[in-house]
Design a protein around this ligand. Structure first.
Ligand SMILES: C[S@@+](CC[C@H](N)C(=O)[O-])C[C@H]1O[C@@H](n2cnc3c(N)ncnc32)[C@H](O)[C@@H]1O
Length: 313
């Protein structure tokens, strides 16, 4: 039998409902809403609509960004996309075969990120989040990143994508509690340092620009983030700042934070790889007061947290 005829006949055997389910799973990688199951529309039209949707455009952009990441430097993402298009490939590009990996903020991770992380040849992957979530393939512990149930030096690599800025803040949108703890970020960094092996690395991505306190997260200037890292006993191994411009997301080696505001999503992100400095703790704690003051003063109007499931922050 002709291949094309076989394909037609196979599809004809599917009920309309089953076709819609499979189309959604294949294109949008999720189940359809009830209304989508109730629509009567030609099958080719449905596929055309799904592929033309903004939802698919974002999925495709993430796939393409991950595939094009290479060594994870000077990444690019199209305009109209959010910061995850930079943060995700930047972080994934730093996973090495054999790493014992901890993913922080795993409960709300993008499925494409989780799938790609599991595709790496890491020796072990664990997750931690305040919120509970079933993340197949990543044993996720429900815990506060400021106090984790892991041994000292348990991980070679900690990935902290778009999470540090939420620690000690109002996390109700993610299923956590509401806090306004100025020690949240330093406490998280110190705990992350504890669970890293001596030669370990912390990969962190955070929004940067003008200092802003949005209640559910903070945005800091790059210098202020770096002060936090150093004060917690890290040294910066590498760092890139990306900003959203008319051409899309691009690396900005000469980034100027003045006027860079968080809007519906970040306008700039700082991506860094940090290494623990042995014996740096005491110095770190002495520097703490100045850093905490600098990070605390937000002036911008707060933004609304995203609806559950949307990547932001
Ligand atoms: C914006 S989401 C980021 C999710 C994911 N990493 C990503 O890249 O899309 C922030 C996550 O941080 C988690 N979180 C906030 N504060 C936390 C804390 N103190 N300890 C552990 N997880 C925390 C939230 O529950 C949420 O899942």
């Amino acid at each position: 039998m002709d291949d094309r005829l076989r394909a037609h006949l196979e599809l004809a055997e599917l009920s309309d409902e089953e076709f819609v389910r499979r189309a959604y799973r294949f294109v949008l990688r999720r189940d359809p809403e009830v209304e989508a199951l109730e629509r009567t529309v030609p099958r080719a039209t449905l596929l055309r609509e799904l592929v033309a949707s903004e939802e698919f455009a974002r999925l495709a952009a993430i796939d393409e960004a991950i595939a094009a990441a290479g060594e994870g430097r000077f990444l690019e993402a199209p305009s109209g996309t959010d910061e995850r298009l930079i943060e995700i490939p930047w972080a994934l590009a730093r996973v090495r075969p054999g790493d014992r990996v901890l993913d922080v903020g795993t409960a709300n991770a993008e499925p494409a990120y989780v799938a790609a992380l599991l595709g790496h040849e890491a020796a072990e992957i664990a997750g931690v989040d305040l919120a509970e979530a079933d993340v197949p393939g990543i044993p996720a512990v429900v815990a506060d990143v400021r106090d984790m149930p892991f041994e000292d030096g348990a991980f070679d690599l900690v990935l902290c994508v778009s999470t540090l800025e939420h620690v000690g803040r109002d996390n109700r949108v993610y299923g956590g509690g509401a806090e306004a703890d100025p020690r949240g970020i330093p406490a998280a960094l110190e705990e992350l340092r504890r669970v890293l092996a001596g030669e370990g690395r912390l990969v962190v991505t955070v929004p940067c620009g003008e200092p802003e306190d949005h209640g559910w997260f903070v945005q800091l200037e790059p210098d202020a983030w770096n002060e936090e890292f150093v004060a917690a006993g890290f040294r910066v191994l590498e760092e890139e700042i990306y900003a959203l411009g008319p051409e899309g997301w691009r690396a900005e080696p000469e980034f100027e934070p003045a006027g860079v505001r968080y809007r519906a999503a970040a306008s700039a992100v700082l991506c860094a790889t940090l290494a623990p400095v042995s014996g740096a703790r005491r110095v770190a704690r002495r520097a703490r007061g100045a850093v905490a003051r600098r990070g605390g003063g937000g002036t911008a109007p707060p933004t609304a947290p995203p609806p559950p499931g949307r990547a932001a922050g």
